[in-house]
Design a protein around this ligand. Sequence first.
Ligand SMILES: [Zn+2]
Length: 141
Amino acid sequence: MGGLGSGRHCWHFNTRDTVDDYLKLDIRELKRYNMPFGVSQPLTWSRGGQKIASINVIRHNSRFTLDYKYRGEPVRYDVDLDYNRGGKLYFLCPKCGHRREVLYNGEVFICRKCRNLAYPSQNDNKRLRPYRRLYRRAGML
Ligand SMILES: [Zn+2]
């Protein structure tokens, strides 16, 4: 048993994470749900037909309250909203405070820049990445 060739594989993860490695919270999708104000609504993510994460979202006039568990610990905080001059709705990233349409998961949902994420085209090996990585990242079931 053991011996040469059966041991560790040597992987090289020297590329940046891409946006596909994270769960997206997209303001355009939230708008589409037309959520009633002040009511907690579940929001779930699935991959390959399997639920991998779920959070509760409460719509307020000028913010969303996000309520979920991250690695077993309850997390709850507000994400402020802002409109541009054209009336388009944005999240204000909880970290940098800039207007963003999409936030990415972690302990707190923050924008692509704050997560230092690349777009898939900036890395070559993105298609080889298994969903397992995402399951682990999510940590929100
Ligand atoms: Zn940010």
